[in-house]
Design a protein around this ligand. Structure first.
Ligand code: CMC
Length: 437
């Protein structure tokens, strides 16, 4: 047997199988060869929550969770955050290489051309209740773009895909800003195509009656860096949704909305909002030990801590801490930072967190910066969704053009009833299994 195969003995039959390896992994379909007899369906894997299943090959993002490494297309996240703009990184994720000056100019022009949203989409947004959660508005409005661009359904045409990608990247900041203004009851500010990506976003968020809103360059750069850090993160929950929904050849607006819905959950992108609620609940440093005890006894989680892949440190969290310092120099220090730092210090010395390899993730400090910049916690996950849109689209594009991919359709292990007959209503007894806590 070579190094590129494994040999398995089936203890049920004593039969031996040699299964070839593909890039160090076993193709799950190879396991089907393992059967107890001709009528046997063949072996499957059982992997709830995909703890150990690679669902695709990808050349976009590399993570080494044990060493705290994150790279986009081979470039370390630290270098990208230091030297590039968000739109350069977006180009890199989508096209595989950093743009030349001419390519960047064309790309920025294309994205900027698509920043406006249709007036009917604006009216659609106006229909939301005054207290609607911005993330729910964002998800719904991104989905509603499908009503404006029916051509997007032609997902197998590369030119059509490229156009929708530009539209989405151009429009998500506009939608996000309109959601924000809607929740405050302020009139919407149209995009200003003379401004750079994050500057335009800030203008749409915060411009009031002044002739020209003065964007603070330090805050604009900080937001750009935060966008770079959030742009992609390989096969996370929402990206997996993008690939799964997109595999049915649904249009990219609907697939992106589905991914944003996945992001909204508190275990994923929604964690940044939860971190702020948690810091509010803790209130002051002296309450931290009691809160840690609550976490350890299983009453709640330490939000912004832990990660499926990072088991050492999240490199994004380190860059965010550094970015926070720049922001605080402009807007003043957010007092919640002191609680967060102390919480981190105590948690990292505690056996519970050490044993489980729980470290601060990207969401632990991002909310503190966003709040210092003037955002309400409900907006935090929307701020995550804007840059992650490019990651979703890069992964979608890769999935659609991968000849090995098909409609995503997992197997199950059926544990329900055997076949049984419907009885008349008069003979039925109550006993339905209604799930409850
Ligand atoms: N606080 C307390 N205990 C935790 C936490 C936490 N934040 N995270 C994990 N654990 C415990 C968990 O209870 C389990 O303990 P035990 O072995 O005793 O049962 C152990 O650590 C392993 O956790 P797990 O649930 O098997 O880990 P997972 O890989 O399934 O979950 C996670 C990863 C990120 C969902 C989880 O760590 C978590 O819920 N964290 C809090 C929410 C959060 O910050 N999410 C943002 C993730 S990063 C950015 C993003 O994805 O958007």
């Amino acid at each position: 047997m070579g190094n590129d195969a494994i040999r398995i003995t089936d203890a049920r039959t004593d039969a031996q199988y040699e299964l070839p390896l593909f890039k160090g992994a076993v193709r799950a379909m190879e396991l089907r060869k393992i059967k107890t007899g001709p009528d046997d369906f063949g072996m499957m894997t059982y992997d709830p929550a995909f703890l150990n299943t690679a669902s695709c090959q990808s050349a976009i993002t590399f993570i080494d969770g044990d060493r705290g490494i994150l790279r986009y297309r081979g470039y370390p996240i630290e270098q990208l955050a230091q030297h590039c703009t968000y739109l350069e990184v977006a180009y890199l994720l989508l096209n595989g290489e950093l743009p030349t000056a001419a390519e960047l100019k064309e790309w920025v022009g294309a994205v900027t051309y698509h920043t406006m949203i249709h007036e009917t989409t604006k009216k659609f947004l106006e229909g939301f209740r005054y207290d609607a959660h911005p993330m729910a508005m964002f998800v719904s409005t991104v989905a509603a773009l499908a009503t404006v661009y029916p051509d997007a359904r032609n997902v197998l045409d590369g030119n059509v895909r490229a156009l929708q990608i530009q539209r989405l990247i151009g429009k998500v900041p506009t939608i996000a800003a309109y959601c924000y203004r809607h929740s405050l009851g302020y009139p919407y500010v149209y995009p200003d195509n003379d401004l750079a990506y994050t500057e335009n976003f800030m203008n749409m968020l915060w411009r009031m009656m002044e002739r020209r809103y003065q964007v603070n360059p330090v805050l604009a750069r900080a937001l750009d860096v935060l966008f770079i850090l959030h742009a992609d993160h390989e096969q996370n929950c929402s990206t997996n949704v993008m690939r799964a929904v997109g595999s049915s050849q649904a249009d990219p607006f609907l697939s992106t909305a589905a991914s944003a819905a996945a992001l909204s959950g508190p275990l994923h992108g929604g964690a940044n909002e939860e971190v702020l609620k948690m810091l509010d609940e803790i209130g002051s440093k002296q309450n931290i030990p009691a809160y840690i005890e609550k976490v350890k006894s299983g009453q709640c989680k330490l939000m912004g801590f832990g990660h499926r892949v990072y088991k050492n440190f999240d490199p994004r969290a380190s860059i965010i801490k550094w970015t926070a310092e720049q922001v605080f120099e402009v807007v003043g220090r957010n007092p919640k930072l002191d609680i967060a730092l102390e919480l981190e210090r105590i948690a990292l010395e505690d056996e519970y967190f050490i044993k489980r390899k729980l470290y601060p993730n990207v969401d632990f400090y991002s909310g503190i910066i966003y709040q210092a910049m003037g955002f309400k916690p409900e907006m935090f996950t929307v701020l995550f969704a804007i840059p992650r849109t490019v990651g979703w689209l890069a992964q979608w594009q890769e999935m659609i053009t991968d000849p090995e991919q098909k409609i995503a359709r997992p197997r199950q292990i059926y544990v329900g009833h055997e076949a049984r007959d419907v009885v008349p209503m008069s003979k039925r007894t109550s006993g339905a299994l209604i799930p409850s806590d």
